[in-house]
Design a protein around this ligand. Structure first.
Ligand code: BG6
Length: 479
């Protein structure tokens, strides 16, 4: 390739994590119990279980994370050696409002994030903050039934207002709900819990509950976008979407239509948050199904007034679907996906498709015309710590190289307006889907096993040095 790919001077190169996956200290600083605290350890073949509160004898990996609550100073220092200029993390709602419904925030929780953000800023690292990353206070589940209850809109607004006011001079980039569209796969109950705090009984229709909860989240998100802009007009507040483009298996027209419906189903969340209204096909679907989503006239105005400033998204993989029974055109994420014969998959079955990143960026650009921010991208793999305490993770370097290369084409050739890139799990942490430590993403290794045993020492992987060079050359040297 002869063309050199120049990213803009103020491009944000960083790394991403989420509070519940690395902080630990689950009861420190008067923190309340969150939904992440009641999820047991699982693995590739055994799903995580949700227990009825914290139960003695069960194993909860988020209770210890990687102990970042105590080690953040050393960890931020280590990350600063990469030369990054931003760091994406989240604020654990239950540190600020332990139960979620209090009127007065918990000062110890607020102070923790003050200190963390100051530590970042000291090294010229800008915090990029998600307000709700898979961890609402558990009390909002037991007492209110999670996001199907409209009261949560208010509680979330209070939480956001406190954070916006407290950190208005430290944080500019915010996101409201992490991977809000993961609950498309409502057949897997952990998505309903992580996204919307839903633990459903057998009488409740999970799909209807999911649409209701998502609607309340849209209203809450739109309200806080508006509020945030009032508190600081410089704020940039984004959506956060799990972007896995869905391709048709063949050029059979029914397959094409099915893939289109799959994209519509997975990304109507982006339509509502970016455009400020629901697409007609889904309103028709609610009607046909007799779903009562309770979208009031006032809600419609709120959605219009609170569209997001940018699209934050994660990109790990692409999907493929085919039409099996062309009758009612629906997309069932659990049963309608087939494997792609043209790409390889990770040990956890995640299909590796760098070109899909460029495709997705173009697709979103054509649809929402908004700046984009890749706030997660990475390769979960088993790493081996050698006796010399080195980690030779060429597979991860290959993954990053190929994805960054496609990302740069999308920016330089296709003209997508991209704010930044924060690889996921920049430091090894607890996997969200499996609760494992063994599924590692970091460029920094943490010596700890699935049970939380180990020295917890940090070691730079080969990918650390590689990524440092990418950052230092503003994305020019990726080979
Ligand atoms: C995204 C989440 O789904 O992917 C993260 O926003 C998560 O929280 C990441 O950790 C990788 O998934 P996993 O399940 O491998 O940790």
């Amino acid at each position: 390739m002869t063309k050199s790919y120049k990213m803009s001077k103020d491009f944000l190169w960083g790394g991403a994590v989420a509070a519940h996956q690395l902080e630990g200290g689950w009861q420190e600083g008067k923190k309340g119990v969150s939904i992440a605290d009641i999820m047991t350890a699982g693995n590739k073949d055994t799903p995580r279980r949700v227990t009825n509160g914290v139960v003695d004898g069960e194993v909860y990996p988020n209770h210890w994370g990687i102990d970042f609550y105590h080690t953040y100073k050393e960890d931020i220092k280590l990350l600063s050696e990469l030369g990054i200029n931003c760091f994406r993390t989240s604020i654990a709602w239950s540190r600020i409002f332990p139960n979620g419904d209090e009127s007065v925030p918990n000062e110890a929780g607020l102070k923790f994030y003050d200190d963390l953000f100051d530590e970042c800023l000291k090294y010229g690292i800008e915090p990029v903050i998600t307000l709700s990353h898979f961890e609402i206070p558990y009390h909002l589940v037991t007492e209110y039934g999670g996001w199907t209850n409209r009261k949560l809109i208010n509680f979330f607004e209070n939480f956001a207002e406190v954070c916006f006011k407290r950190y208005k001079n430290k944080v500019k980039y915010w996101m409201t709900f992490n991977e809000i569209n993961n609950q498309t796969n409502w057949r897997e109950s952990h998505h309903l819990l992580q996204d919307s705090g839903l633990i459903l009984d057998e009488k409740t229709n999970p799909e209807e509950a999911m649409f209701k909860a998502a609607h309340n989240e849209f209203v809450a998100s739109a309200k806080v976008v508006k509020l945030g802009h009032q508190i600081n007009p410089e704020f940039k507040i984004g959506a956060m979407i799990a972007m896995c483009p869905v391709y048709p298996l063949t050029s059979k027209p029914e397959d094409i239509l099915k893939a289109q419906r799959a994209m519509q189903t997975r990304y109507y969340y982006g339509d509502v948050q970016a455009l400020g209204y629901y697409p007609q096909w889904i309103l028709n679907y609610f009607d046909r199904k007799n779903y009562n989503i309770d979208i009031s006239k006032e809600d419609k105005q709120i959605l219009k007034d609170g569209t997001v400033d940018y699209i934050g998204f994660s990109y790990y993989m692409s999907f493929v679907t085919e039409e099996k029974n062309y009758n009612e055109l629906i997309y069932d994420e659990q049963n309608d996906l087939v494997s792609n014969p043209y790409v390889e998959a990770s040990k956890w079955g995640w299909q590796i498709d760098p070109v899909g990143l460029r495709y997705a960026m173009n697709w979103m650009n054509d649809r929402w015309y908004l700046p984009q921010f890749i706030v997660e991208n990475g390769f979960g793999a088993i790493d081996k710590l050698t006796s010399e305490k080195e980690i030779h993770d060429d597979y991860r370097i290959d993954f990053f190289r190929n994805h960054i290369s496609e990302m740069e084409k999308a920016v330089v050739e296709d003209g997508v307006n991209l704010i930044g890139y924060t690889p996921w799990g920049i430091i090894d942490l607890i996997s969200a889907s499996t609760g494992e430590m063994a599924k590692r993403y970091g460029v920094i290794y943490v010596e700890q096993d699935d049970k939380g045993n180990g020295s917890k020492k940090r070691y730079k992987k080969d990918s650390f040095y590689w990524y440092k060079n990418v950052v230092e050359t503003n994305g020019e040297k990726i080979n």
